[in-house]
Design a binder for this molecule. Structure first.
Ligand code: AMP
Length: 454
């Protein structure tokens, strides 16, 4: 609530960036400005400044914007402004459709639609899988001005004739890269085929890889292209740090860091569900309130854990990449990579949870010798080396090791070999010794494995 967006880290004069504008000058009507004021926003974020007038003018938009840039208000505010001038949704009809990859993101976008639309007479709804379908069917009968949905459940509802998509005026694909990663492309294509040809399309994606560009080409007409932060770069307000560490000592090091720095709210990423569970148990044993969220947890358990983490009841939330997507936690101060992600792009997504809305964040990666190849890929993508810092008492003994087997099978390589420690604290290279190994062996949950039915 009420913090001010700091869109530019540098003075406007020295960068040639346009000066900050007010929300009032963007073309939004009074009911939306009032809702924005209620939220305590004073200055539009860069993506909002550019996106809001473009959407109001009816243009298609393609924006490279990760969570934390204010993208949700960037599309929701002008969408509501346009919808409020047209006739209300008739029975069964959806006027604006927002597709999101995950249930959590759908719920969050739904909350934003409710908050920004509080002075408007528009009906909005959120539908996703994992909960009963019948209440959703009966709610949709009356017609919905804004429907936020995950693709799988939307298709189910359409097959059950619970809604019509042939009157959609505005389509938003939020976190489109995630939707493709999660194997939703066929559902998306089916949904697109149900929409009328004449409509406005808004596509948001943290990264623009070739498959997103292909999707965009078939979808968008003469789009305004926006970039909230340089492509594939992490937010500038995040301080990155890498602690070299042996694989088997990571949980100890994490406990040490949390306790000695007195971190109060820490989001930890684990590559595997099993690793997430084990770490949460360990932290709990150490007296730190912790919970794990991943795809094997019920929707109820995930929602409860997230609520506990947001309220401060839980000090540590351990999440896999899939479970954490789109989580919006205000001013999250610390993000820790217990494991590096398999996909370099996921580093950007993970780190997108901290340093949000102009606040400083702290991104810590615990990196073992086995993860060197992953580290190299990440550093190449973000265009900079992560600063290394050894933690006294946790200096790695293993200085190089065979790379991790990310296929979910057993790691390759023969017996571990131990090498001598390097004198400097630079790259954590070396050989793998005892006391470690890939303790979180288990199936990685992040990434490209198709994951259906959001
Ligand atoms: P998003 O990138 O849409 O997930 O938004 C990130 C966070 O920034 C959310 O907690 C929003 O409530 C907040 N936010 C969005 N726009 C503004 C703004 N103009 N000023 C301050 N905070 C904002």
């Amino acid at each position: 609530m009420g913090h001010e967006w700091l869109p530019l880290q540098r003075s406007p004069d020295s960068t040639g960036e346009p000066p900050a504008v007010d929300f009032d000058s963007l073309g939004l009507g009074e009911p939306l400005l009032r809702a924005v004021a209620d939220k305590g926003y004073r200055v539009p974020s860069p993506i909002q400044r550019d996106c809001i007038p473009a959407v109001l003018s009816g243009r298609d938009v393609m924006a490279a914007a990760q969570t934390g840039t204010g993208k949700t208000a960037g599309f929701t505010l002008p969408m509501l402004e346009r919808l409020r001038h047209g006739p209300h949704a008739r029975a069964g009809v959806v006027r604006a459709l927002v597709l999101t990859p995950t249930r959590e993101l759908a719920a969050q976008v739904g909350e934003s639609v409710t908050a920004y639309g509080r002075y408007l007479d528009l009906r909005s709804d959120v539908v996703f899988g994992g909960v009963k379908v019948n209440p959703q069917i009966s709610r949709l009968q009356r017609g919905t001005d804004v429907l936020v949905a995950t693709p799988g459940r939307l298709m189910d509802l359409h097959q059950q004739k619970a809604l019509r998509l042939d009157r959609v005026e505005i389509l938003v694909l939020d976190e489109a890269d995630r939707m493709l990663d999660m194997g939703f492309i066929r559902d998306i294509q089916k949904i697109l085929a149900l929409l009328p040809a004449k409509r406005q399309n808004l596509l948001f994606s943290a990264t623009f890889n070739p498959s997103i560009r292909r999707l965009a080409t078939g979808l968008l007409h003469n789009p305004l292209q926006l970039q909230a932060s340089p492509e594939n770069r992490t937010a500038t307000t995040v301080e990155h740090i890498l602690h070299p560490c042996d694989m088997g000592r990571k949980p100890d090091l994490l406990c040490h860091l949390i306790a000695s720095n007195d971190w109060r709210q820490v989001l930890v990423f684990s590559r595997t569900k099993h690793g997430a569970n084990r770490l949460a148990e360990r932290l709990t044993q150490e007296g730190m309130a912790a919970a794990a969220i991943h795809g094997n947890k019920s929707q109820g358990a995930r929602t409860r854990a997230l609520a506990g983490f947001k309220s401060g009841e839980l000090r540590v939330l351990v999440a896999t990449d899939l479970a954490a997507r789109g989580i919006d936690i205000h001013q999250l101060p610390h993000v820790v990579n217990l494991d590096l992600p398999n996909q370099a792009e996921d580093y950007v997504h993970r780190i997108g949870r901290t340093g949000r809305a102009g606040h400083n964040g702290h991104a810590v990666s615990l990196v073992a010798a086995e993860e060197h190849e992953l580290l190299r890929a990440i550093e190449k993508m973000i265009g900079t080396a992560l600063p290394r810092q050894e933690v006294p008492g946790f200096e790695p003994k293993v200085l190089s090791a065979p790379p991790l087997d990310l296929s979910g099978g057993r790691g390759r390589g023969g017996p571990p070999r131990t090498g001598s420690r390097r004198p400097s604290s630079s790259a954590p290279s070396g050989r793998r010794g005892g006391g470690g190994g890939r303790s979180e062996a288990g199936r990685p949950e992040s990434g490209r494995r198709p994951q259906r039915r959001g």
